[in-house]
Design a protein around this ligand. Structure first.
Ligand code: ADP
Length: 755
């Protein structure tokens, strides 16, 4: 009894030591640490009050302090779990506690209380209120934590909560004992409470907690095994005792020897029975033990067969999942790059998709896995202060992977990859021997991973060579075409030149004949001269085109820039085509051409370019077609210099994509040159293959760009062609529009058009 009276003093000292340890150990002061120190302070005061204030004194200060410490424990729980309700707990605790002394003053023993309880226990109304508060707070803490626990899926995260619940429950139980009026209960209660507080202290100061569920299971399994395997021995023992009664006393020596033999036999039997029983109990309660050697052998065999990275990920995660019922997993490839480490996800089992993430060079996630070949738990990433410096971005990516453990695959001091595994289907945490096994399996994976990497690299190279081959073939085709153009040139030139020349000569002959036959009428001469003139004009046009083309080749195109409107250049270009448009019933639409402000261009040359493109549109569009000319301003890449983009779209036969570049080549024409019928505006009338080449020369001399869009050639469905001409508004922009920028603009424009 003497010992029991100083027990509270010992407890107060112990709580003080805990408080000191908390302050000393706590370098990173987080919220729950702070709240827990208030619980310890309340506990110290409570223990002191037990020692200093006699229990009979009213109001009962020690119970009041106990309830206060429970309210503080509620706030600690809120901070520990992350509810953000710390102040609500204080309020819930404080209000009834403030009322308790008031009740004690006004109605310490109301009538109903007297009659009901006075015989055995004499609580005041204040005490009752305090104790009810204490009960309610404890139930609330346990209930809410339990709810949180049952919603938490990752096993170690859940374990953290379960550990907390177990020790809060133990604290409450210890407190319940101390409140009992019997000293044989209250003294052990104090010790029990202190032990439970140590459990909470561990939860607060360390993230490494034992696996509560596994330990409970093992404890239960051990007890069950011991009890069941003791049954035969117990039966033998009782039987002997029975027999002892029926044996005559004089034969006691014989009996003794026999009994000893039987007992020895029982003990000899006990071990094998126990072994057998424990195997059964553990299989059903704890889970079967695996044989590491066998697992490793099977695993190595499975993964050594695969070269494909995807297949390897399936094999790795699949084998582990077969063994431990892992629900999900992936293989992560790690590669050092300039910005740090790149992690590439190869989905294995139930992992949604491929992904990449770059971790900074100093990232704790990679650094710790590099340093030590040990599995890293997601739980550690969340609660171990070592990983506090992970960036929110990295943290979120890791959380999204929703994995339980990362097992590093090391190769020559380098981190080659990671095996990422989700939780087990049972929701239980991985045991230490399982984590060890993972590490062994990861070591077995090194070679397979290297092989798969080499194999995929080989595949990549193959693909590259294949695409290079395709490029080469395309280049070859192009060269062949260009070569063909050269020989075609002779055919085209002779054809194009001979036709008008033959006409001139033919009509001149007719005229000579007529002249020799007699006087020629004036109207007849005019008709013939018209024919000769037209043929001469065609000849002239052809020669001009040839000269332009050669000018482009030798000196480049000279421009005479002056302020001009787009409208004007268009009118110049259209004039010679008007008759043909009318005759072929082709409709011409203009959109926005008149709205473009003055440009600084060579209007003659620009008109020539437009004319060539428009002429083609007329030629390759069947009768009754539509040609649309639209113009719009386009902001330059730097935003301030404006360009004008002209689109000439027709509803004609279209152009095969493989010819989209070639048609701008000199003398290039699609199809067989000999099959072309000559004609400037006839449907599909051929030309010398210079029109677009010159147009391109003009546009580029202006610092612009010309390209075509068309889905393909089809005379029946008439997909049409769209020629884009992009020209800077003035000469200054010339340099900026060249090169890469133009490609970006092209992309931009074609994106808008939706081609
Ligand atoms: P040509 O002087 O023979 O018309 P171009 O250089 O103007 O030569 O055009 C080259 C080739 O591009 C033409 O032979 C024709 O096959 C094709 N082409 C040009 N414009 C069009 C168009 N609007 N629709 C279909 N094909 C076209």
């Amino acid at each position: 009894r003497q010992l029991f009276t100083i027990l509270p003093l010992v407890a107060a000292t112990a709580y003080t030591l805990l408080l000191i340890a908390l302050v000393v150990r706590g370098s990173a002061q987080s919220g729950h640490r702070w709240w827990f120190s208030t619980v310890l302070i309340a506990s110290i005061l409570w223990a002191l009050s037990l020692f200093l204030i006699p229990a009979s004194m009213q109001p009962n200060v020690s119970q009041w302090l106990l309830a206060a410490s429970t309210a503080l424990l509620g706030a600690t729980t809120a901070a520990y779990v992350g509810w953000n309700t710390e102040h609500r707990w204080l309020f819930m605790g404080a209000v009834p506690l403030l009322l308790a002394p008031l009740f004690d003053l006004l109605w310490p023993y109301p009538r109903w209380l007297e009659t009901q309880l006075r015989e055995t226990w004499q609580p005041t109304t204040g005490t009752l209120l305090t104790l009810s508060t204490w009960t309610a707070l404890n139930l609330a803490i346990l209930g809410l934590s339990w709810r949180e626990y049952s919603h938490t899926r990752p096993p170690w995260h859940a374990n953290r909560l379960l550990h907390w619940i177990v020790f809060v429950g133990a604290t409450a139980f210890g407190e319940l004992l101390t409140v009992m009026p019997n000293v044989w209960l209250s003294a052990p209660g104090q010790i029990f409470r202190f032990a439970a507080i140590i459990g909470l202290f561990r939860a607060i100061t360390s993230h490494r907690l034992f696996d509560v569920r596994a330990r409970l299971r093992r404890g239960f399994a051990f007890t069950l095994t011991s009890l069941v395997s003791a049954i035969p021995a117990a039966i033998v023992f009782t039987t002997i005792l029975r027999m002892r009664e029926s044996f005559p006393v004089r034969d006691w020596l014989a009996f003794y020897v026999a009994a000893m033999l039987v007992i020895a036999g029982g003990f000899v039997l006990y071990q094998p029975i126990r072994r057998r029983v424990s195997r059964i109990v553990y299989r059903y309660l704890v889970g079967e033990e695996f044989q590491a050697g066998k697992v490793v052998r099977r695993y190595s065999r499975a993964i050594s067969r695969t070269l494909d990275m995807q297949q390897l990920a399936h094999e790795i995660v699949g084998t582990i999942s077969d063994l431990l019922q892992t629900t999900r997993g992936a293989l992560l490839l790690v590669g050092a790059i300039e910005e740090g480490y790149e992690v590439e996800v190869i989905p294995g089992l139930n992992h949604p998709q491929h992904g990449r993430k770059v971790f900074a060079p100093g990232s704790q996630f990679i650094a710790s896995l590099l340093e030590q070949p040990q599995p890293l738990l997601q739980y550690d990433l969340d609660f171990n202060p070592y990983y506090a410096s992970l960036t929110p971005d990295e943290r979120q990516w890791l959380a999204e992977q929703d994995m339980e453990v990362y097992v590093p695959i090391h190769h020559a001091e380098q981190l080659d990859g990671l095996i990422a595994l989700g939780p087990k289907a049972s929701g239980l945490a991985y045991r230490a021997n399982e984590l060890e096994l993972f590490q062994v399996l990861a070591e077995q994976t090194v070679i397979a991973l290297q092989n798969a990497r080499l194999y995929s690299e080989l595949n990549r190279q193959n693909d590259r060579i294949r695409s290079l081959n395709i490029d080469l073939r395309q280049q070859n085709e192009r060269l062949e075409i260009l070569d063909r153009i050269k020989s075609d040139f002779i055919t085209i030139a002779s054809h194009e030149l001979r036709t008008p020349l033959t006409q001139v000569k033919g009509y001149a002959d007719i005229l000579t004949h007529l002249n020799e036959a007699g006087p020629v009428e004036q109207s007849e001469t005019r008709r013939i001269m018209e024919h000769i003139n037209r043929a001469a004009a065609r000849l002239e046009k052809l020669i001009t085109a040839l000269l332009d083309a050669s000018e482009l080749e030798t000196t480049g195109m000279e421009l005479a820039r002056m302020p001009a409107t787009l409208d004007m250049a268009f009118n110049l270009a259209l004039e010679p085509l008007n008759a043909a448009l009318h005759e072929r019933r082709i409709q011409l639409k203009r959109e926005g051409v008149g709205d473009i402000p003055q440009l600084e261009v060579d209007p003659q040359r620009l008109a020539q370019a437009f004319h060539n493109v428009l002429g083609n549109a007329v030629k390759y569009t069947p009768d009754h077609g539509v040609i649309t000319v639209s113009a719009a301003l386009v902001p330059g890449v730097d935003g301030k210099q404006d360009y004008v983009e002209v689109v000439i779209a027709d509803t004609g036969i279209g152009i095969e994509p493989r010819y989209h570049q070639l048609i701008f080549e000199k003398f290039f024409r699609i199809g067989n040159p000999e099959l072309h019928s000559t004609g400037a505006t006839k449907f599909k009338g051929g030309g010398p293959g210079l029109g677009l080449h010159i147009a391109k020369g003009v546009v580029e001399a202006h610092g612009g760009h010309i390209w075509v869009e068309s889905s393909g050639e089809d005379e029946n469905n008439l997909p049409g062609s769209r020629f884009h001409i992009l020209i800077p508004m003035s000469a200054e922009a010339k340099t900026e529009i060249k090169g890469l920028e133009i490609e970006r603009l092209t992309e931009l424009r074609s994106g808008e058009i939706g081609d």
